[in-house]
Design a protein around this ligand. Structure first.
Ligand code: PRP
Length: 179
């Protein structure tokens, strides 16, 4: 039997223009909330890279970019509940205002883990932004998400940073594939 993964053509679920508008709206809310105060914005690798890159370009305050390597899925399409830190932050967070940027909150286990992981470093505050939220898949019900782009049904989505077996991250839209 072959181990080869089959790839299906995604269908557009959230078009590029809609994402662009929504990302700008989220950035405006963040700008209102933080004013001119410095913000440490943490990109959780790899899925958040595109959302992160677009979001920070609409932020008005001084931004410190940090990258946190997190992995929970491998090539599976459902959460294992296990979170692995694959790359740590460069700078101390003590006394900093922090914004964690996630591409998608599915079970919420990853973001939940990240928040606890960061709080140990004594930041002044930790806020969270997720482009996509699947309310029906949420297991971490106490999870606080301060800025949500779109609430979506429990479908497997790709594009705009999100992958299926490392494919489709470069799509400019959010697409759906049948797996
Ligand atoms: C994806 C996504 C989130 C997480 C969400 O990461 O980027 O970090 O899963 O799932 P959860 O809410 O059920 O925990 P993944 O581990 O696939 O790694 P990637 O970002 O490198 O694609």
């Amino acid at each position: 039997m072959s181990d080869e993964v089959k790839f299906y053509e995604p269908t557009v679920y959230i078009p590029e223009a809609e994402i662009k508008t929504r990302v700008r709206e989220l950035a405006e809310k963040i700008n209102e909330e933080f004013g001119g105060s410095e913000l440490t914005v943490i990109c959780t690798l790899k899925g958040s890279i595109v959302f992160f890159a677009d979001l920070i370009r609409h932020l008005n305050m001084p931004v410190v970019c940090e990258f946190l390597g997190m992995s929970s899925y491998g090539n599976h399409t459902t959460s294992t509940g296990e979170v692995k830190v694959t790359l740590d932050l460069n700078e101390p967070l003590i006394g900093k205002n922090v914004l964690v940027v996630e591409d998608i909150v599915d079970s919420g286990l990853t973001l939940n883990y990240v928040i606890e992981y960061l709080k140990v470093r004594k930041p002044a505050s930790v806020k969270t932004a997720a482009l996509l939220l699947k309310p029906d898949a949420l297991k971490a019900h106490q999870l606080q998400i301060d800025y949500v782009g779109f609430q979506i049904p429990n479908k497997f989505v790709v594009g705009y940073g999100l992958d299926y077996a490392e494919k489709f991250r470069g799509l400019p839209y959010i697409g759906v594939i049948e797996t």
